[in-house]
Structure formats: C-alpha cells, structure tokens
Design a protein. Sequence first.
Length: 324
Amino acid sequence: MTTTADRDRPVVPPLTRPEMGLAGAGALFAAGVGALGLVSSFDAVSEAALRWGFASPWMLPVGIDVAIPVFTVANLLLIRMDMALAWVRFVPWVLTLITCGLNVAAGHGMWAKVAHGTMPLLWVVFSEIGAHIYAVRIGAATGRRMDKIRFTRWLLAFPSTFALWRRMTLWEITSYTVALEREKERQLARAELREIHGRRWRKHTPHRTRVLLRLGDLSPAGADVATSPESQPEPEATPKDEAPRPRRGRGRKPGTKAKATRTAGELLAAAREATADWSDGEINAEKIRTELRCSAANSRTVRDALLAERTEAARPVEFEGAAA
C-alpha cells in the first residue's frame, strides 16, 4: 500500500538499457571470479581433509564450495519474499572463512597466504552486494526499509540526531525526509508553547499536547488543523459579565497579532485557486505548503484532496438510456 510518505519520497529513476547491460555483465563476471576462487581452494581443502582422515578428501571442498552458493541463493530468496532471516546471511561467511583459513595455511610465504585467502573471499563479497541490492529494492517496494541518517549529521549534532533516530525507530518512521519534517514542526510547536506560557511551559501545557510534542506529531500551536469544515467545533460564546481569564507566564509581545487559524475548507479553496493552472505532476505537498504557508500535515491533506477532485473530474460520465 502506498502511503503519503512514500509519495513524497523521491523516486530513483529506473536503469537504462545500457546500464542494465553493464549490470548484467558485471554480475556474470562476478559469478565467474567467485567460482574461480572456490575452485582454486579445492587442492588446499582436499589436503587438509586428507590430514584429518577423510576417506574421500574431495567431499569436503565440494561440500563447502556447493554450500556457499546454495546458502547465498537461499538468503536472496528469503529477502525477495520479505522473510529474511538474519543468521542465514552469515552461513556463507563462516564457510568462506573456513576455506580462507585452510588456503592461508597452505601458502608458504606472506604474499602466497594473502593470494590463497583472497580468492575464496571474493564470492562472499559479491553475494553481499547482491543481497544489499535485493534488500533495498524489496524494502523500498514494501515501505518497510528505513532510511539512513547522514554521517555528517551524527558528527555535527549527535544528541539531536540520536533523538531523531530514536523516534524513527520507535514509531516506524521509515522516511528520513518525513522525520526531519516532523522534527521541524516539533521545534516550532515547542517555541510557540514557550512563547505563550514562558519558561515553565511544560507545567501549563496539557498532557496530551506534551505527548504529541514528544512524538513529533504536533503542528505549531495547533494552527491549520487538518479536519473537515463540518468537524470544526463552534467557538463558545463568552458571557459578557465574565472577563476572560488571563494566561499565566509571559504572553505575546505588545503590538503583535495572533496567528489566524484557517479551516480545512478555507485551505482547500485557496489551494484550488492557487493551483488552477498547475498540472497534476506539479501538485506536491512541499509546493502547496510554500504557496499557502500552512503546516506540512495540512499540505499533504490538501494535496490528496486536489488529486482526488481532479481524478473524479477526469472520470468519463455514463449516460442512462444508452444503447445496449
């Protein structure tokens, strides 16, 4: 199922025909080089099996060399079916390390040991590349793959990056772009609450608002609530003889106006007027948010509503009484 976050995520363009040919040739050569590495270790493993008392020494290298590609293919198939097992990918590594150890022991000099040990290791390296490609593609298709955070962000702002990664992991936010968007909204909401209630804003903020703020799912000051116009509650009339209760803490600065709250109907009407000459491909959440100056959550809601209206308008009309 395609979610709103998946629509906002940039799509990697498919490989062109020359690139597909180059990838196929690379995979073919990689399989050939890996097979050569396994074949080259046959003598070293056979000699070790003979020393260990095997009646048929050839069975040990053949069994190991066949088991390595078999477990590699099994790992790829499990990834393809979205049933990956973490321990299966390490079986080819263990078998290859055993083969590399026996080949290193068969070498007489340092460079001979390096050469003997490198050849069998190539198969596992190429199989890990294939498994990574499979995992990334399947994760992108199912929406379960979590984007990685840039290393430079970890380096420049470790505490906030760790908090961002923790929220992504706890609440299954797979898109790094969506996580950053929520973090911006959370920081703006926190600044707004601090401006309204002062330094002790946590004490005067409702518990539900604090929980939403901790989850990163709160727009600044609750502005532009993305609900239908019918669901907007009517403002309660304040009795004339009852003066409004003053807020605690520091209020707004004198001379500043409160931010006007727009309903979903007003946002949608403004979006229709602003996007009248836009094509369907130009309608995206970020462009609508910039044009209407609304929150990211509302821009996604307005975008879905506009696309739904255009799809409904483009649907052919069926006339009653048509000829059977």
